[in-house]
Design a protein around this ligand. Structure first.
Ligand code: ZN
Length: 426
């Protein structure tokens, strides 16, 4: 491999100490992307916080050139992030609850789950998934560190432990409730700072013929589609299939199947079993996806080294559009206030100088302000009242749904703007 990849120089880390890879422990010397300083993205600013300061943390993402794990250092602990009243309730999204329902149906059929089985979900949130397991008469347990969502699950009658998962808790659960036939974890691997302890816990909790199933955004799609705004402090790790397979493998878990899903801009669902005692054959899809990733250069620094320049280009294009629109007297509003929107707004430096306001369906966000950029978040009706010329869609993964729902915008000649992967006006 040449020292300098053809896509441009890989940025070398400088500074007083070299961070270490959270999976393999190698020194991290290669920047994947540096998004500068950003506040915690999953927060909103309330009226009494408007005249107070906010803490900004680095959003500097490294790639490990030994195991290829793309990662953020633990600038903020999960306790800091999740002990707050975490506003994200999975059940708020209809499409996500439906996704969970069909997922459970497949799980019950594929793994032959019965009233004698035991299903554990990690990061079970408000019970959006386990409610379907429980309705099927299958014993289950949710593990969820966030107080508000764990309380919502308990109120629904879903057994839930409000704790962080790791090897110690896995051993306690196994001793008290028995080992699990299925351990599921959707969109949780990225949130775990001590990755090895977490995956060791999964191995300790599974029965010898048990199955683990995990969903997470696919790094290859993040790179391909320039989804840099999905990087925020709550997401410590960004996984390729190559790397996640190595992580499970190190802890005695074999990946025997994988599916590509459209959720979150392109996710993977992997299925694992204890390497020594698992009974399921390894599906051809495993080798096929490894080959796809290899062809894309997933184990080559050149792939990662090109990313920062694409991010710079997106910022320039978006700002150029906004400057031109505002200079021409056009009015621009946002749609949505997701965590990814906050990374985009903070990185690009977009405040009320460009966006008059944004809107969100979640009533808990209405009447608050975006972190860092302090853009007011209103109810969706504000767009219909104010009739902006452009609506910048921040949750671009829901673009089709939003463009359809907000079709009245067309009536006054309004247009939609999609920031990612490149600025697009529709
Ligand atoms: Zn590593």
């Amino acid at each position: 491999m040449p020292d300098l990849p053809p896509g441009g120089p890989v940025h070398q880390a400088t500074g007083p100490r070299q961070p270490l890879c959270r999976f393999c422990g190698a020194g991290l010397a290669h920047t994947f992307v540096d998004l500068g300083m950003s506040p915690l993205c999953q927060t909103q600013i309330g009226p009494d916080e408007l005249d107070k300061g906010e803490v900004f943390y680095p959003l500097h993402v490294y790639v490990c050139n030994q195991c290829w794990l793309v990662q953020l250092q633990e600038y903020v602990t999960p306790e800091q992030i999740f002990s707050r009243d975490y506003p994200y309730f999975s059940s708020f999204s209809d499409s996500w609850v439906e996704h969970a329902r069909t997922y459970v149906e497949h799980m019950v059929t594929d793994f032959g789950l019965t009233a004698a089985s035991f299903v554990v979900e990690l990061a079970s949130n408000d019970g959006y998934l386990l409610q379907h397991v429980q309705r099927g008469g299958i014993p289950c347990l949710g593990i969820e560190p966030t107080a508000s969502t764990a309380a919502a699950a308990l109120a629904r009658g879903i057994p839930t432990r409000q704790e962080f998962f790791g090897l110690a808790l896995a051993r306690r659960v196994a001793a008290e409730a028995g080992r699990a036939d299925v351990v599921a974890g959707n969109n949780v691997l990225a949130h775990v700072p001590d990755l090895n302890d977490f995956v060791a816990g999964i191995a300790a909790l599974l029965k010898p013929d048990g199955v683990g199933t995990f969903e997470f955004p696919h790094l290859l799609r993040l790179i391909e589609h320039n989804q840099f705004d999905t990087i925020y402090h709550e997401h410590f790790s960004y996984f390729s299939f190559l790397t996640v397979r190595a992580v499970f493998g190190r802890h005695g878990l074999q990946v025997f199947d994988v599916r590509e899903l459209p959720t979150h801009g392109g996710s993977l669902r992997v299925y694992v079993q204890p390497t020594t005692s698992g009974r399921r054959p390894v599906e051809a899809r495993v080798q096929e996806l490894l080959a796809t990733e290899s062809a894309a250069g997933i184990d080559n620094l050149a792939l990662y080294g090109r990313f920062q320049e694409r991010v710079y280009a997106t910022k320039r294009h978006l700002l150029a559009f906004l400057i031109e629109a505002r200079s021409a007297g056009k009015r621009v509003a946002g749609y949505g206030a997701p965590g990814k929107g906050n990374t985009l707004l903070n990185y690009c430096g977009i405040g009320t100088d460009f966006l008059d306001f944004t809107v969100d369906r979640n009533p808990a966000k209405q009447g608050t302000w975006t972190p860092g950029t302090r853009i007011p978040i209103l109810a969706p009706g504000a767009i219909l009242e104010q009739k902006p010329d452009y609506v910048l869609i921040l949750p671009w993964n829901l673009r089709a749904e939003i463009v359809e729902k907000m079709s009245p915008v067309r009536a006054w000649g309004g247009k939609f703007v999609i920031p990612i992967p490149t600025v697009e006006i529709i």
